[in-house]
Design a protein around this ligand. Sequence first.
Ligand SMILES: [Zn+2]
Length: 230
Amino acid sequence: MSNANIEKLLAAQKIDKERLQVMQNLEKSKVKMELDKAKQTIESSKNALLQLESDAKSLQDNYQKFAKLVADTLAQMEKAQKSQSADADLYDEFLSKLTKAESQLAEIERRIAQKTNAFKTTSMEVAKSSAMLKNLTKMFEDAKAATAPKVQSLEKEFNEKVKGIDEKLLAKYRAIRKSKGNDIKDVVVPLTMDNRCQGCFMDVPSALVNKIKTDGWVTCDECGRIIYQA
Ligand SMILES: [Zn+2]
C-alpha cells in the first residue's frame, strides 16, 4: 500500500536512529563510565563521612557520660573522706566504679581514634576522587562537543525528511521519541501478518487493525509505538 506519510517517517526514523547511535556511543564510552563511577565513589564516601561524624558524636557523648561518672565518684569519695564516714567496703565500691568507668573511657578513646583515622582516610579519598571527577567531566564535555556537529547534522537531515508529514503523526513520533529516548529503537513499526505490534508483539485489537486501514496508522495500546500496515 502507499502511505506517503509513513514512508517519509520511516526514512526519517533511519536518520533518527543514527543520531541515537551517536549519542549512545557517547553514553557507553569509557570516559562516561569512569565519570559515573567517580560520581558514585564520591557519593558513597560522603555518606561514609556523615556516618563517621555521627558515630564520633555519639562516642563523644558517651565519653562525657563516663567522665562525669568518674568526677562524681571522686567527689563522693572526697566527701566520705572528709566526713570520715567511709569504711573499707565503701572504698572498694568507689574503686570498682572508678576502674570500670576508666576502662570504659579508654575503650571509647580507642574507638574515637579509630573513627578519626577513618575520617581522615575517607576525606583524602574524597579529595582524590573530586580531582579525578573534574578531569573526567572535562574529558566527557570534550567528547560531547566533538560529537555535537554530527548530531546537529543528523537532526537537520531528520527535519528535512519529515517536511510535509501529517502534523499529528509527526507530533506523535516526536513525543514517543522524547519520552522513550534510546530505550526503543523503532518508534514506527509495521503490523505483523498475524495482527501484532512488531514493537511489543502484543495482539492488536481488530478495531485498531481497521483503523490502520482507514487512517494509515494507530498507536499501540500496549507500548505506545506507531503501527502501520506494511
Ligand atoms: Zn506495541
